[in-house]
Design a protein around this ligand. Structure first.
Ligand SMILES: C[S@@+](CC[C@H](N)C(=O)[O-])C[C@H]1O[C@@H](n2cnc3c(N)ncnc32)[C@H](O)[C@@H]1O
Length: 274
């Protein structure tokens, strides 16, 4: 842990640590809390977005595991939190295997201690934009059998890629490497026609040089034509949740369902490779 701790720059904010702060975690520093406090104060629904996103991820992993997926690659996994992907998956199968991937050294440092606690989980430090490095990483190759269905998770990560970083092509890269019956989960900041969206996007761009709120259409395009499973792309708060009504829960219905403007800012979908 010490070798990685040395590469952690406490004076520069980190996406992983700001998110940890918004989720109520303790693995953050003053530079992270400064940005986190901006979001909490000026965009008071930010914590609701983080929480809605995390709860949807938990339900999605449960759904994938329920569909028989036994191995997962979690891209931009973030710092360990309550109910991590392997813990959720193991409620369905003790044999579930998870490779956590994040480019932030603090995730590696904490993840090695808290996530990679047995030989069915691993945490690697790698950049999503270099998929060959992830696929070719020996720890990933030892754990994940790419001849069997894989759950590929992009939870709250693709909105940290700008358009010129070609997020749809990255998703396609992974879809081409996993067999049929694999599933892809994406949650993503959703562009609303409101001031709060613009303020939030500007703040992330100013802080990290990245952060892109996309429309429903743009988020759907990230799946590259994969079959979206029920209920399709919807607000995270409604994705297979008790709050969702029966029938159509499209994002256009959010007002009727009395979601706050914040909850409408993050959407997700699960898709299957046929
Ligand atoms: C908002 S957090 C989401 C964490 C978790 N996936 C979740 O949904 O709860 C985004 C994570 O992506 C990581 N990240 C950002 N850009 C990345 C990149 N290019 N490659 C790998 N990880 C990245 C950050 O370090 C951070 O941990």
């Amino acid at each position: 842990m010490a070798e990685h701790a040395a590469s952690i720059n406490q004076s520069e904010p980190s996406i992983a640590r700001v998110y940890d702060y918004l989720l109520g975690g303790k693995d953050n520093y003053a530079a992270d809390r400064e940005i986190g406090d901006f979001f909490i104060k000026d965009l008071p629904g930010s914590q609701a977005i983080a929480s809605a996103n995390r709860q949807a991820l938990i339900r999605a992993v449960g759904a994938m595991a329920g569909d028989g997926i036994r191995q997962f690659v979690d891209m931009g996994s973030g710092l360990p939190t309550a109910d991590n992907v392997h813990q959720v998956a193991r409620r369905h199968s003790a044999a579930a295997r998870v490779a956590y991937v994040d480019n932030d050294p603090i995730v590696l440092a904490h993840g090695r201690a808290l996530l990679a606690t047995d030989d069915r989980t691993t945490v690697i430090q790698a950049d999503l934009r270099e998929p060959e490095d992830i696929y070719g990483n020996p720890d990933v190759a030892n754990l994940i059998n790419f001849d069997e269905p894989v759950g590929v998770i992009f939870s709250a990560i693709l909105h940290h890629l700008n358009d010129d970083e070609r997020p749809a092509e990255l998703v396609r890269w992974w879809v081409d490497r996993v067999p049929s019956r694999s599933q892809v989960y994406i949650s993503h900041f959703r562009r609303g026609d409101d001031e709060a969206t613009q303020v939030a996007e500007q703040k992330l761009q100013a802080s990290f040089g990245r952060g892109r709120w996309r429309t429903d259409e743009e988020i759907t395009q990230l799946f590259g034509g994969l079959e979206l499973l029920e209920p399709g792309l919807v607000n995270c708060s409604l994705w297979r949740s008790e709050r969702a009504p029966a029938g159509d829960v499209g994002t256009a219905e959010a007002d009727r369902l009395e979601l706050t403007v914040w909850e409408q800012m993050i959407s997700c979908a699960l898709a299957r490779k046929s």
